[in-house]
Write a protein that binds this ligand. Structure first.
Ligand SMILES: *[C@@H]1O[C@H](CO)[C@@H](O)[C@H](O)[C@H]1NC(C)=O
Length: 348
C-alpha cells in the first residue's frame, strides 16, 4: 500500500515537477512531515517505537540507507545522528574510464532517483547511502539528496571501462553495481562498530517499487530476513517456501536458476548490521555468475535454515521488481538534431 497522497500525484502525471517545486521552496522538512502525517493518518496514529536515545538523551536514528550506481541502490538501517555526511572515497583503478553517460541516461536516472527518494521520505529512521558511478559526485544528485530531507551519505565509485555494459549488451552479461555496493559496505565497515551500531542493511534499486511495509518488516532482523518479491525472476512472485509446521525456509519457488544456494532477488532480503560487521568476508564479487550475487554475500552470513521469514510467513508482497525499460525518446532525438530540446531550462 502506498499512501494515496503520493501515488495519486504520480498517476496524474504532474508528479516530479510539482513535488520538486514544493520541495525547493525551502519547506522540505515540512513536506516530509506532511507526507508522514498522511501516512500516520491512513494507518491510524502509531507512536514510533523504533527511535533510540543515546546516553545524552539525543535521538539516534535506527536508520536506513541506499547505494546507487545511478541505477543500483543500497540501503541500510544505521544507528547514526541525523547528519549528512558528504564524503568521497578514492577508488584506485589503472583503467581509463569510459566517457560520461549520455545526457538522456543521466536525466532518466535522476528522474528515477527522485521517484525513489519520494518513497524513502516516508520511511522513519532511514539513512540513505548513495554511490554514484562517477569520478566525482554530481551536483544534480547532491541537490536531490539535500532537498529530500533524508539523512544520507553521498559517495562515488566509478566502474572501470572493461566492466561497463556496451550498447545493446544485455544487462545480465556483466555484474552491475558490484563495485558500488561494495563501496557502501566498506563505508559501513569503516564507520560503524558491531554491537554498538543498530540497524538493518537493505539493497534498494530505483527499478523497484517499495511498499512502506517492507521497511517495517525488516526492522527486527536478527541475522538475515527474507520475503516474497513480486514480478521477479519471470514469475508473478518469487519467494521462499516455508515448512508449515516449523515456519522455517525449506526451499524456493524460483524458476530462474533455482539451483542457486539462495535463489532470492536483491530486493528480497535484509541483513542485521551488527551481524554483517562481524563477517568481514561478506561482500559481492566480480567472479561469480550472473544471478549469484545474492548467494555470494548470503553464504557468509546465514544458512537457509536460519533465514527469518517476514511478511506474514511470506504470504504478502510488499516489494515489486518493476524493471523499467530505458525510455526511447525518439522525438527528443529528432529535436536534438535540430539543436532543440523539450527540456530546455527544465530539470526533468
Ligand atoms: C508463521 O508460521 C509459524 C509456524 O507455522 C506460526 O507459529 C506463526 O504463528 C505464523 N505467523 C504468522 C504471522 O502467520
Amino acid at each position: 500500500m502506498k499512501p494515496a497522497g503520493i501515488s495519486g500525484i504520480y498517476k496524474e502525471g504532474i508528479c516530479e515537477r510539482q513535488i520538486d517545486e514544493l520541495a525547493m521552496s525551502s519547506k522540505n522538512k515540512n513536506i516530509r512531515d506532511l507526507y508522514r502525517g498522511i501516512n500516520d493518518f491512513k494507518r491510524g496514529y502509531q507512536p514510533r517505537s523504533n527511535s533510540v536515545k543515546d546516553e545524552n538523551g539525543d535521538l539516534l536514528a535506527d536508520s536506513h540507507s541506499i547505494l546507487n550506481r545511478l541505477k543500483n541502490y543500497f540501503s541500510q538501517l544505521l544507528n547514526v545522528h541525523r547528519v549528512n555526511y558528504v564524503r568521497q572515497l578514492e577508488i584506485h583503478t589503472a583503467e581509463s574510464l569510459v566517457p560520461d553517460s549520455s545526457p538522456f541516461e543521466v536525466e532518466s536516472a535522476i528522474a528515477k532517483l527522485k521517484s525513489l527518494s519520494h518513497t524513502l521520505m516516508l520511511v522513519p529512521n532511514l539513512h540513505w547511502i548513495v554511490i554514484e558511478d562517477a569520478e566525482s559526485p554530481s551536483s544534480l544528485v547532491g541537490k536531490l539528496l539535500k532537498n529530500s530531507g533524508i539523512a544520507y551519505t553521498h559517495l562515488t565509485a566509478a566502474t572501470p571501462k572493461q566492466w561497463k555494459l556496451r550498447e545493446k549488451e544485455s544487462n545480465w552479461k556483466k555484474p552491475r553495481g558490484v563495485l558500488q555496493r561494495n563501496t557502501a559496505l566498506q563505508w559501513i565497515r569503516n564507520n560503524l562498530k558491531a554491537d554498538v551500531a543498530q540497524g538493518v542493511i537493505y539493497f534498494a534499486d530505483d527499478d523497484n517499487s517499495y511498499g512502506l511495509e517492507v521497511f517495517e518488516e525488516m526492522r527486527d532482523t536478527q541475522m538475515v530476513s527474507v520475503w516474497p518479491v513480486g514480478l521477479a525472476g519471470g514469475l508473478m512472485v518469487e519467494m521462499p517456501v516455508l515448512d508449515p509446521k516449523t515456519g522455517h525456509v525449506t526451499g524456493w519457488n524460483s524458476a530462474w536458476r533455482p539451483e542457486r544456494p539462495f535463489p532470492v532477488d536483491m530486493a528480497g532480503f535484509a541483513i542485521n548490521l551488527s551481524h554483517f560487521l562481524k563477517h568481514p568476508e561478506a561482500k559481492f564479487s566480480f567472479n561469480v555468475e550472473s544471478g549469484y550475487q545474492e548467494s555470494e554475500i548470503l553464504r557468509h552470513l546465514v544458512t537457509q535454515e536460519q533465514l527469518e521469514p517476514k511478511a506474514d510467513n511470506c504470504t504478502r508482497v510488499y516489494v515489486w521488481h518493476t524493471r523499467t525499460e530505458a525510455p526511447k525518446l525518439q522525438s527528443e532525438k529528432q529535436l536534438n538534431k535540430k539543436g532543440l530540446k523539450s527540456n530546455a531550462g527544465i530539470e526533468v
